[in-house]
Design a protein around this ligand. Structure first.
Ligand code: F6P
Length: 322
């Protein structure tokens, strides 16, 4: 393999830059020309592709976001869009791809292989940590630390006023950020899509509190089936009209910021092993780290295999959170 294309796609996550850097530098170590594709599949279609060198990825490891930019491409979902993208890749002599992103990005890469014979290896880049084939995804650790830091700050003011806070964290279909940030932040309750009827549990325990003026922090994942933070706070107020309740939605704050050391190291390992895997003839798979070992999981499995929540952590939190 002489030329590899590298791109980020879908929602960005802190650590993507470290992954790009490692992929580029690993290509150079293997005498492969690394091509940067900007704005994911969108840039592939529009031929926004250029040769990179070691200097192109200098001084980026410490930044969140992605220097290659990212996009969610509607055109790439059509066979015509994918044909244009494949034509551009072939024009540049690109023989393999490193695709940094989530589920949707892996699906796109799979189509490129099936329809146009262009092999890819995926690096799991999403703050949600909802991808099978790896213990952790790039950006998750940073997002959890950001959410935890916010909870710590909210705790100060919540305690001063004796207020009840509903803090909403990201996780469209996954409670990973909610569980980890809630546990690390000492939340009094966690509401996540994987565990139903937690609102009733929350009410039950609040009822039992001896001093109703005591403050509480409840962490709610945006994808929780019982409702988002605002809705839950309204329901809570119906039960306790006297309570002083506030809502904080952390939103995209969790997607940005300096990646933690953990995320930078994970991203560097994954970026390097994606390139290495391509040189060894692996393709159509995602690279991940499971129990500290590098593993490759087929795209099909990574896409359809829903990562189970770590139930031990849930049980632990249930025991110590109130
Ligand atoms: O990156 C995944 C995620 O953070 C989800 O948790 C969230 O629902 C979504 O992205 C929001 O992304 P956007 O605003 O880019 O559509």
């Amino acid at each position: 393999m002489k030329r590899i294309g590298i791109f980020t796609s879908g929602g960005d996550s802190p650590g993507m830059n470290a992954c790009i850097r490692a992929a580029v530098r690993t290509c150079l170590a293997y005498n492969i020309e690394p091509y940067g594709i900007r704005r994911g599949y969108e840039g592939m279609i529009e031929d926004d592709i250029q040769l990179l060198n070691a200097g192109s990825v200098s001084n980026i490891i410490q930044y969140g976001g992605t220097v290659l930019k990212t996009a969610r491409s509607a055109e790439f979902r059509t066979p015509e869009g994918r044909a244009k993208a494949a034509e551009n890749l072939k024009k540049h002599g690109i023989e393999g791809l490193v695709c940094i992103g989530g589920n949707g990005s892996y699906t796109g890469a799979l189509y490129l292989q099936k329809e146009h014979g262009i092999p890819s290896i995926g690096c799991p880049g999403t703050i949600d940590n909802d991808l099978a084939g790896t213990d952790y995804t790039i950006g998750f650790d940073t997002a959890v630390n950001t959410a935890m830091d916010a909870i710590d700050r909210i705790r100060d003011t919540a305690e001063s006023h004796g207020r009840v806070f509903f803090v909403e964290v990201m996780g469209r279909d996954s409670g990973y950020i909610g569980l980890y940030a809630g546990l690390a932040g000492g939340a009094e309750g966690i509401l996540i899509p994987e565990k139903g009827n937690q609102f009733d549990v929350l009410i039950k325990y609040y009822e039992q509190k001896s001093r109703k003026k005591e403050f509480s922090i409840y962490v709610v994942a945006e994808g929780d089936e019982e409702g988002k933070a605002l809705e839950l706070s309204r329901r809570f107020l119906q039960h306790y009209p006297q309570s002083d309740t506030r809502v904080v939605v952390l939103g995209h704050i969790q997607r940005g910021g300096k990646p933690t050391a953990s995320d930078r190291i994970l991203a560097s390992r994954l970026g390097a092993h994606a390139v290495k895997g391509l040189t060894e003839g692996k393709n159509n798979c995602a690279v991940g780290v499971i129990r500290d070992e590098i593993v490759y999981t087929s795209f099909e499995e990574a896409i359809k295999g829903k990562k189970e929540l770590n139930d031990n952590l849930w049980v632990l939190n249930e025991m110590i959170c109130r």
